[in-house]
Ligand binder design. Sequence first.
Ligand code: CP
Ligand code: NVA
Length: 308
Amino acid sequence: MKHLLKLYDLTEQEIIELLDSADKLKYEQKHGIEHKLLKGKTLGMIFAKSSTRTRVSFEVGMLQLGGNALFLSSNDIQLGRGEPICDTARVLSRYLDGIMIRTFKQSDVEDLAKFGSIPIINGLTDYCHPCQVLADLMTIREFKKTLKGLKLCFVGDGNNMANSLIVGAIKVGMSISIACPKGYEPAPEIVKWGTENGNLVITQDLQEAVANADVVYTDVWASMGQEGEKEKREKAFQGYQVNAELMSHANPDAMVLHCLPAHRGEEITADVLEAHANEIFEEAENRLHAQKAVMVALMGVKNKQAKL
Ligand code: CP
Ligand code: NVA
């Protein structure tokens, strides 16, 4: 594994190894055991979109591992004034040990990796959100003690989260259903891959989607960059809400996850969010541990000492 551009690039074994490493880092951090595995290393964090969790968890993760993190708003670096990705990649590769980037186009992330010579981590694009799904899988395994054979139901927009959840769930042997309005399905090539390689159902029937679900997941109706479509989307997504009535059709012990930020009263009701707050905020915490595992795997010294 040289980069984390999208989950599709990882094998099941690589995903499980990252989750095992994340569990270990979490346990040891809670018990005061420090791992300065990235001592002296610097992560550049390019943000073309807002962030709370991704920014803070990457920065804190780097500090806990003995390294440094630089926040680079794309408005403040020359990238925002049109300096090409191919030049930015070659310049930053000479100062940094890794780059985390949150942006719009997946091709920009892929180009950073193509033209640079350091590990690139995708911190969200319009296409996918691999770091989030690693934390999600970690959280599901933590609560359910297994992944294989579980069913995850995603309710809402077939967006970056839906795309990554399909790939992540199927790679680790979970089945997945997506309840989304017509015209808001996940990326066609991911739907094709999921249908051919696992148990994937795309439906407009919420009750069918949520039946026997062990995990119910949702995300905002309008993602970052889609602010102009807010009203149109509010209409299209009416009813695509995780509420108590919908939860009564899932397994009685079903978890609820949300990548956050949440819009109470839209994709999720306040009562369901609060009833599952222990899962949802553990999921947010697990961003830190999962990303530390990713950074150690990509940026750590490849010798025995660096192994956990
Ligand atoms: N879930 C997530 O990526 O949150 P932020 O947008 O706050 O980083
Ligand atoms: N789909 C959301 C996820 C935020 C973490 C967005 O892209 O804005």
